[in-house]
Design a protein around this ligand. Structure first.
Ligand SMILES: Nc1ncnc2c1ncn2[C@@H]1O[C@H](COP(=O)(O)OP(=O)(O)O)[C@@H](O)[C@H]1O
Ligand SMILES: [Mg+2]
Length: 279
């Protein structure tokens, strides 16, 4: 099988990895982060869920949005992936403002984003290949045969070669999640968002999913934004993170979670990272 790497998916900077955490900047060699969030405020109606959010997601890194249940992780993600406009603030993808862009320009930007929603199940009446093919059919003019081949390729990338014609009910929970990752990758996104991807999985399947995400980062140079409250997963995959607090409705800190656990200034974040409270 050919290596499914597209030229635009391998940023040049990956060949010159910084040798220490400290050398890593919040942006890339050309100074442009994958995503930049400034003064972001999100909520519903009058209710402010999170405000004053400032963070940047480096290209080719795994960035974790963490915090307890109900703090607003999924709500923030909706503003980052173009689903719901923020109440205030700016979201830039590769330097381009998402919410100030013309609708057609925003549409183009959104096609470079893959999303796996919280509890986002596959269509049960469709095979795995049909599930993965769906976004390709919707957003490209490719023929049936090419679409099938692309779907096969994506399923192979997540370790599901040979399962193309299985239905979701016929495979394990972990395999369903991996097929969901393949579907989110259908259009070769630069950035993939995953909302609580390992929820409901046993520890072994959860770990395999983490390994898959790291492999996508390392082999394809993909940028991943992962929402999680599971400590084992956070420490296994995160290069960087932001901690959202439910009480104060804002971020308490941003940084590598391992550093935050050892040296983090905020006791609430250390508490979360050492005891795993919340959910
Ligand atoms: N569609 C909605 N309408 C109104 N409030 C909502 C909606 N979705 C979530 N919320 C509220 O926003 C807050 C944050 O929710 P959410 O972003 O789902 O948190 P998390 O993903 O961190 O668990 C919660 O108080 C929740 O009740
Ligand atoms: Mg959520």
């Amino acid at each position: 099988m050919p290596t499914p790497v597209h030229p635009q998916e391998v940023p040049a900077h990956r060949s010159q990895q910084p040798s220490t955490q400290a050398e890593q900047a919040s942006t890339d060699a050309d100074g442009v982060a994958a995503i930049e969030v400034q003064g972001l405020k999100v909520g519903y109606g009058e209710q402010v869920v999170q405000r004053d959010l400032d963070f940047a997601v480096r290209r080719g890194s795994v960035f974790v949005i963490m915090g307890g249940s109900g703090c607003g992780k999924s709500t923030v993600m909706r503003a980052l992936v173009g689903l719901a406009p923020p109440m205030a603030g700016c979201v830039r993808h590769r330097g381009q403002s998402l919410w100030d862009a013309e609708p057609s320009a925003r549409e183009t930007m959104l096609q470079r984003i893959g999303v796996m929603y919280q509890n986002g199940a596959l269509w049960s009446s469709m095979t795995l290949a049909e599930n993965v093919a769906l976004p390709i059919e919707q957003f490209t003019d490719l023929g049936a045969r090419e679409i099938r081949e692309l779907a096969q390729l994506k399923l192979a990338l997540v370790g599901l070669a040979g399962f193309e014609d299985h239905y979701p009910a016929e495979i394990s929970g972990g395999m369903n999640k991996r097929a969901g990752v393949a579907r989110a990758m259908a259009l070769d996104p630069d950035v993939m968002f995953l909302d609580e991807p390992s929820a409901g999985l046993d520890p072994v399947s959860s770990r395999r999913l983490d390994e898959l995400l790291l492999a996508l980062r390392d082999a394809l140079g993909m940028t991943l934004v992962v929402i999680s409250h599971e400590l084992a997963s956070i420490f296994a995959i995160a290069d960087d993170s932001v901690f959202l607090d439910a009480q104060t409705h804002t971020m308490l800190t941003t940084g590598d979670p391992r550093e935050l656990r050892e040296h983090g200034g905020d006791a609430r974040v250390r508490y979360f990272l050492t005891r795993g409270e919340g959910g």
